[in-house]
Design a protein around this ligand. Structure first.
Ligand code: GLA
Length: 401
């Protein structure tokens, strides 16, 4: 009897201790007080002004772009953020508060954020960790808390934070400082670190930013390079190899914004660019003029089946599984056990490319193939699939066992 009582007390005691330990661990992991926790569970989608407009930004254009995001159907397929890049800001007032250019934004930033929100969209801004932005506007250094409070008061939902004019600064510390200021300001906000991969931000703690640029600036061309570091689509693509293991829900590699529709590449090339960004689980930030899009541009940017690959909840970044010189095979595992596959032809002639089920790690002999651009089921295939791929183009399929 005595033994039985001791045993029961022991069990109860053990149960209480176990409960306390689990409770403490779950509290620590969830950090319920951090408003930035648990955001960007799939790669952010939206629009950013830089690629098309550079410094030529104003409130009328941003309002029209917001309207166009709704009218084009982009909002309905998942695009969410409208982000003003560099040049919205012009000075600081005597208290240190950041001041928007009142000629270009006469109604003020809060009114513009309200407009964007009224469209069912979210609002983003750009700043920089250094003393000045890349275009010489006031930077965030030394004003982190003040700026973070201002962004919260303006109801900003997304901040892109650049890395110009940062001589002597420690990148990880600088981004941590801004992240902490944003958390303290209390508003949920996606924090996009634009440090160009210089200090390997993919190795930093996941709790600093939700996404980080991996390279210098994208250019609207297939494979050009600029002497200041800008790069075309395929040059950026090559620099993503090996980074796949660092991406996941809440923390994404960012190979830079989209150039689709900006005119420097043809439709086949833009389709390739969009397919590869999707298989990379890259943020899909359109960078074109949404008010003046061709039908083909809309068709690329709003293809729900390709977007679903980017946004797949498993959150695994796809990778290159074969490289035969100019002919490549990329694959991404999806939540439902299927694979998204891109066959990429970088040569200057159409070419046949095949993919075996083995190399995309499907241990079946037969699988169904769906063409995601044609939106057509192609049938059941034994062991592999082959297709003629247009030069500078892709075939993108979903392979389901
Ligand atoms: C840097 C960034 C770009 C853009 C410009 C703005 O070059 O990498 O994406 O934000 O600054 O000046």
């Amino acid at each position: 009897m005595k033994k039985w009582i001791t045993k029961t007390i022991g069990f109860i005691f053990f149960g209480i201790v176990l409960f306390q330990v689990i409770f403490m661990i779950s509290c620590r992991e969830r950090q319920p007080s951090d408003p930035l926790a648990d955001l960007a569970q799939t790669p952010p989608m939206g629009w950013n002004s830089w690629n098309k407009f550079g410094c030529d930004v104003d409130e009328k254009m941003i309002m029209e772009i917001s309207d166009a995001m709704v009218a084009s159907g982009m909002r309905d397929v998942g695009y969410e953020f409208i982000v003003i890049d560099d040049c919205w800001q012009i000075s600081r007032d005597s208290m240190g508060n950041i001041v928007a250019d009142s000629e270009r934004f006469p109604s003020g930033i809060k009114a513009l954020a309200d407009y964007v929100h009224s469209k069912g969209l979210k609002f983003g801004l750009y700043s920089c960790a250094g003393t000045k932005t890349c275009q010489g506007r006031p930077g965030g250094k030394g004003f982190e808390e003040l700026d973070a409070k201002q962004y919260a008061a303006w109801e900003v939902d997304y901040l892109k934070y650049d890395w110009c004019n940062t001589k002597g600064m420690d990148a990880q510390q600088a981004y941590r400082k801004m992240r902490d200021a944003l958390s303290a300001a209390g508003r949920p906000l996606v924090f996009s670190m634009c440090e160009w991969g210089t200090n390997k931000p993919w190795l930093w703690p996941e709790s600093i930013g939700h996404l980080w640029r991996t390279t210098g600036d994208i250019q609207d061309c297939w494979d050009c390079t600029r002497d200041w570091g800008g790069m075309g689509f395929t040059k950026i693509l090559d620099l993503q190899v090996g980074l796949e293991k660092y991406a996941g829900p809440g923390h994404w590699n960012d190979p830079d914004m989209l150039e689709v529709g900006n005119g420097g590449m043809n439709i086949t090339e833009y389709r390739a660019h969009f397919s590869l960004w999707s298989i990379l689980a890259a943020p899909l930030m359109a960078g074109n003029d949404l008010r003046a899009m061709s039908e083909e541009t809309v068709e690329i940017l709003t293809n729900p089946e390709v977007i679903a690959i980017d946004q797949d909840p498993l959150g695994v970044q796809g990778q290159k599984v074969r490289d035969d010189g100019d002919l490549e095979v990329w694959s991404k595992p999806l939540m439902d056990g299927s694979r998204a596959v891109v066959l990429l032809n970088r040569s200057t002639e159409d070419a046949e490319i095949s993919v075996s089920w083995e190399e995309i790690e499907l241990s079946v002999s037969e699988a169904s193939v769906r063409d995601l651009w044609k939106k057509e089921n192609l049938g059941r295939f034994q062991n592999k699939f082959s297709a003629l791929v247009p030069y500078h183009g892709v075939i993108m399929i979903k392979v389901t066992p």
